[in-house]
Design a protein around this ligand. Sequence first.
Ligand code: 7RM
Length: 668
Amino acid sequence: MVCIQNALIIKSLNKGKYTMVRDNNTYFPSSEWLENAHVNSIDKYNEIYEESIKGPDQFWASVADRIDWYKRWDKVSDVDYNEAKISWYLNGKLNVSYNCLDRHIDSGNGDKTAIIWEGNDPSEDKKYTYSELLVRVKKIANVLKSLGVKKGDRVCLYMQMIPELSIAMLACCRIGAVHSVVFGAFSADSLRDRINDSSCKILITQDTGVRGVKNNIPMKENADKALTNTPSIDSVVVVKRTGVDIEMVSGRDVWWHEETINASEDCEPVEMDSEDPLFILYTSGSTGKPKGVLHTSGGYLVYASYTHEIIFDYKKNDVYWCTADIGWITGHSYIVYGPMSNGATTIMFEGVPNYPDFGRFWDVVDKHKVNQFYTAPTALRALMKEGNTWVESKNLSSLRILGTVGEPIKEPEWKWYNKIIGKENCPIVDTWWQTETGGILISPLPAATPTKPGSATLPFFGINPVLLSDEGEEIKGNNTQGLLALKTSWPGQMRTIYGDHKRFFDTYFSQFRGYYFTGDGAKRDKDGYYWITGRVDDVLNISGHRIGTAEVEGAIGKANGVAEAAVVGFPHDIKGQGIYAFVTLMTGVNSSERIFESIISSVVKEIGPHAKPDKMQFAPALPKTRSGKIMRRILRKIAENDVDSMGDISTLADPSVVESLIKGSIQV
Ligand code: 7RM
């Protein structure tokens, strides 16, 4: 059990300031306005945490009352990790769109702003109240119904950050359809594979997209390419975002604005079972094609809603901004479902941090008086590098809580965030979680948990993290390190990999029986604080985007002349991790600018521009064991330029390969 006490003396010495450095680099919450926080002391955290672990079903039953149920559940949970069987709120009935819209209108908050949409161009923004949003959701829901969408059908959403994306998501849950959002930077090939894996019936996309200096991202054109080979798609709904000329395929494509104009404004929400699928979201693993992570309705919504309120200390009149893209889980849980189920005002940002200049984030904070700001360390590093003048002229006094997600945050950017952005008056919540977990699992509570730069600190209520040895033994006690696993379930946990339950079991539950294995390593310090050390598998984290090495290798392998490729990560100043590709060419093929270009374009075609290698080394051979397995450990060392501590290479079939790789590590 954690026993860090609130530092009362520090608090009075440091009046008005929220955080303050104390010895051991620990920062203590200490401002007057935090006394009204939902959880306002470490003692209270400890008390609730203990209760949640002792009686999980009782705890999660009381939490679930925060949302509206048509019928309450018969049983809180039914979980067996040995069978990969996970159910929460059994036989409970609800509708997620009702909980995110109608409920707030019924309670008199229909005129409250639900979404503030901030366009890529600073002169463009729009506000939607809860009532306005509901009308739009009902209309497009009726359009989907008229196109033949029924409960359980999959609908693919391939869009940039435009309001219609959130509206389409909520429309899907209103009628029981399962959305699968595909990040707008993915290529046509990636889109095609995702559509086919879950046999989506409808695709919703937009003409073209705008993002930073790019003002014509060919969304519809990419979609058309993907759709040459997607037998399950019946219709395409196209949002007019930029108005540029695009081709419409007659009999297949319809315009969003034309279809919705006369669509009915009546659309009753469908009663859904707790365990009815809510959405699929593809994520990369260490092997094979991306997995369709499936989340269900009841448990996911309860968890997203509760964590959003407690971890961001969200209060009724707050303006909350998460800068993620909805194409990733962070956007699903903490732009759409968490905030909207709480009746919050949530900002949706179409642009990027450096357009029109490096002050954009802070302009938006000032313009909309943002109270909670949630972003990725990679964005902070990129902005920190540009100096403080972009921040100093901005009024950031509305900020109360700062958050980070996606990758470990290191001390320099943590301190910059605290001092330059938070003015030492905003706690930082470093939130650790995954697509699979549905919501945040390890994080400080802003007014309760003393923070240490770089540590995600302590488990959220009801979360039971453990560290395992390679043999699967639980490592007890503090001051230790191991593989991060979860011993018990929580309502937001994924339920299966779409269409492949065996893979679900194999990926997460087979290596260590009775645990959910995260794929991350972690340290636990003397105070019981968790420090995530990163993935222990072959998953890369590039600017907070999750990419499997196998996917990149596959894409490189498709370029002409390539015999074999191995991809590893290396430390990158801005991206956190960069992609280093080792490529062996076919006999008789020489490395050239042309082959380099064709490899890059193959990656862009197969995956998308975000998966482009940062460095490429052409190598005569790759280091392999006698059984033919590539020894990535060695490649990682070379990529990290840490060649003095290569470790044991005696198991290599040909140890001389290593020497030539080191010699050849002059990178393009
Ligand atoms: C939410 C999200 C998951 C992987 C995860 C970690 C890494 C995420 C943190 C972090 C250190 C953090 N989902 N990760 N948050 N590492 N500190 N606060 O990112 O599925 O896309 O990625 O991201 O390795 O396993 S994700």
